[in-house]
Design a protein around this ligand. Structure first.
Ligand code: ZN
Ligand code: ZN
Length: 184
């Protein structure tokens, strides 16, 4: 949990507090797969009491352990995300001016826990296909070796099937002592 004390803040309309945090986030399961963090997460937020709700804006910087979509190597991927959320006091309820919806996160007491929203923002900021580098050569489709690490000799085998047939014919010709069969 990333608990922020808003006791003073929530009683003072118009007040803005700044929070600098360096937190360890737990591993999480998302629809995109497992996410594990490569270190701590740097969070800088401003919380403003708008009178109606607590507006949380800020930035999140972290790095996650991920796998390259091309060569499957594990590497650390830096993630930057922006945070923009509104929290309302469950006990007070929403004012009639506000529309109740998913955009408001309820809280109670003198603390808000921004961890679920932080994790959500990180997941949204993550690429669908992370690459270890733009120049990643990926895996060899023939032998499966990592072409960033090792050069294999498979490339010659990847030929146009028509070329393969021609090669085969030429080979046969050589075996027959150089004489080619006549075609009718
Ligand atoms: Zn790669
Ligand atoms: Zn190969």
């Amino acid at each position: 949990m990333i608990r922020l004390n808003v006791k003073g803040l929530k009683e003072e309309r118009g007040r803005q507090d700044h929070y600098d945090l360096d937190v360890s986030l737990p591993e999480l399961d998302s629809s995109e797969g497992q996410v594990s963090f490569a270190g701590t997460t740097d969070i800088h937020v401003d919380i403003t009491n708008t009178g109606l709700c607590l507006l949380v804006t800020g930035t999140i910087d972290t790095s996650v352990n991920t796998q390259c979509a091309r060569c499957l190597a594990s590497f650390k991927y830096p993630v930057h995300a922006d945070l923009f959320e509104t929290y309302y006091d469950k006990e007070k309820g929403l004012s009639q001016n506000a529309e109740e919806g998913d955009d408001y996160v309820p809280y109670s007491g003198d603390e808000i826990d921004i961890q679920p929203e932080v994790l959500k923002a990180i997941i949204l900021a993550m690429p669908i296909r992370a690459l270890c580098g733009e120049q990643c050569k990926g895996l060899c489709p023939q032998c499966g070796c990592n072409r960033n690490v090792k050069e294999c000799d498979c490339r010659e085998e990847i030929v146009d099937p028509r070329m393969a047939k021609l090669k085969e014919l030429l080979k046969r010709g050589e075996n027959n002592g150089g004489s080619q069969e006549e075609k009718g």
